[in-house]
Ligand binder design. Sequence first.
Ligand code: KIV
Length: 272
Amino acid sequence: MSMQKPVKRRTAPEILARKGATPIVSTTAYSAITARLVDPIVDFMLVGDSLAMVEHGMASTLGVGLDLMVAHGRAVVSATVSSLVVVDMPFGSYEASPEEAFRSASRLMAETGCGAVKLEGGVHMAETIAFLVSRGIPVMAHVGLTPQAVNALGGFRSQGHDEATREKILGDAVAISEAGAFAVVVEGVVEPLADEITRTIPIPTIGIGASAACDGQVLVLEDMLGLTERVPRFVKRYAALGDAITEAVQTYADEVRERRFPSTDHVYKARG
Ligand code: KIV
């Protein structure tokens, strides 16, 4: 008899239906070990391309390709049973045409088993979003501070400080919503703009550095757990796991260096 928990995941339509209701909870997840712990608690998990920096020590998200997203996405899906898993489409895998986006998104879905993909961009990605959605691929959009455009934006800076950028970002949010995205990540925008977007579009806004005006929040798990060295100012740390790991490994190292290895007698005796 199998002891595995039955798989019953939240779906993209269920997340869409949460607009204006109970706030939507999300963290990133890149590996089986963390995904399994987070799965019973969150509504959806994002296999974000931020894994470039957090897991692979890269300087930005631009160096990630489809193979890496497939590997991490597969690990997260295999370790989870209840949350919707959304996998980021990496830079260069979807921008050239809706057809290219379909090839990449369908590969991500087929090879990982995820329930949706996320891509960055607003007005200029609306046609692609409509193309994917009409072919059965649930799409989460991402507007405001879009890290894949870091070079064009001139750095990781909060957005929406002047009327022109506010109007542009609001226009982006309206366009992706009309194109059929089921939710949108709104990253690094000033609170009045997050509030206006949330009140204007009929799909949930998932904020990251975008205030409680949004319909939910996503945080990079390692940031909120105190595992990463530097975090954006808006991140609240809920634990100090980095310090806990250092302390545990130091204790282990001290014991080994002093030859205080635990006896194996009782372990092997117990097995008979
Ligand atoms: O890659 C990522 O972790 C993301 C979040 C910042 C939303 O896209």
